[in-house]
Structure formats: C-alpha cells, structure tokens
Design a protein around this ligand. Structure first.
Ligand SMILES: [Zn+2]
Length: 197
C-alpha cells in the first residue's frame, strides 16, 4: 500500500512536471509568434507598402490633432528611414523614453505612423523618463539611431508654451522645420553594435 502510494506520487509529480513544461513551452511559443498562424512566416515578414512622408492631414487623422510632439515623432521616424535605411513595419524596434503623459507621449503616435512599428505588433515600447530619447533599431543588423531634442528645440517648445501659441500652430511650425534643426542623432552602424547584442 505504501509502495503503491509512493509510486502514485511519483507518477503524479511526473505528470505535473510534464504538463508544466508543456504549458511553459506553449507560453514562450505564444510569446515569440503571438498572433501569427504560421510560425515560420513571422520572423521574415516584410512590407510592400511604399515609403512616403506623412502629410499634416494624415498625422492629424491618426492622432486627432496636429501637436508639436506627434510631428516630432514623425520627423524622427522618417529621418531614420530616409537617412539610415531603417526597415519599416517589420524588423524594426522603437524604444521611446519620454514622460508618460501627453503632450510628450504624443511622440509615440508620430513614431508609429512614420516607422510602422506599432503597439499591436509589439515592436514599439515606451519607458517613462523625464527627457525624450528615441532609439530606432534595425533588428537584422543591430544598427541603431538614437534621437534627442536639441536644446534649441526644447527652448522653442517652452517659449510657445509661455506665449500660449495655439497647438495646431506649434504642430505646423514643427512640420515645416528640418529634422536636423530639431534633434541630434547618434547613429551606431551594424558592426559597432554586434558586441552589445
Ligand atoms: Zn498630441
């Protein structure tokens, strides 16, 4: 009777361990391939959507208004694509450090439109931080571009706040400005990143 119950306990724990490992395997499997039906397809997905810069109307349509931060995010993403050939939609990761509330967090929406990295595809992430810093990475090569606002841009935004300039005007002014006048970029090519991967 005793031996029987020991054998039973061993068998039961065996079953338990087996089901836990199946469950955790399924869990990690689900994480890696989330909603995609074909597991082989997910890592190689790419886009056929041609690139062109967003218009002010498109940004406003997606975001709900044309504020300066959604425009700044859009400029950053478009700069990464046109200057550094960053992939769009798939194979790109965007890390956004900024205050967790609008207007600063509006940056995230501009980055989604311009890079195609989206909340739904899980390739854009936000970390709460006092200062704005955005890192756009090519998943395949590890090349990355890190953006931060120029002190002159911060001063300009502050001045508009003081002057109580209407928000759409701030957006329009940012839209008309050149990317290189708005932010500093540190580009790390593929090779220099390899050791850090
Ligand atoms: Zn906004």
């Amino acid at each position: 009777m005793k031996i029987k119950s020991i054998a039973g306990a061993v068998l039961l724990s065996g079953i338990l361990i087996a089901s836990i490992s199946v469950l955790s395997f399924r869990d990690s499997y689900a994480h890696r391939y989330h909603d995609h039906d074909n597991d082989k397809e997910a890592p190689q997905m790419h886009t056929e959507v041609p690139f062109r810069p967003s218009t002010m109307e498109e940004l406003a349509r997606f975001h709900g208004h044309l504020g300066p931060f959604v425009v700044l995010g859009s400029h950053m993403g478009e700069y990464a694509v046109t200057e550094y050939g960053m992939p769009r939609y798939f194979g790109v990761s965007v890390e956004v450090e900024c205050p967790a509330v609008p207007p600063h967090a509006c940056l995230i929406d501009g980055l989604m439109v311009s890079t195609g990295a989206t909340y739904g595809k899980k390739n854009i992430h936000h970390t709460h931080a006092k200062e704005i810093r955005v890192i756009i990475t090519d998943d395949a090569t590890g090349a990355s571009a890190a953006f931060s606002l120029k002190p002159s841009t911060l001063a300009m935004l502050e001045q508009w706040e003081k002057d109580d300039l209407p928000i759409p005007e701030r957006g329009e002014k940012c839209f008309a400005m050149k990317s290189q006048d708005l932010f500093d970029v540190e580009y790390a090519p593929a090779d220099s990143n390899e050791s850090g991967q």
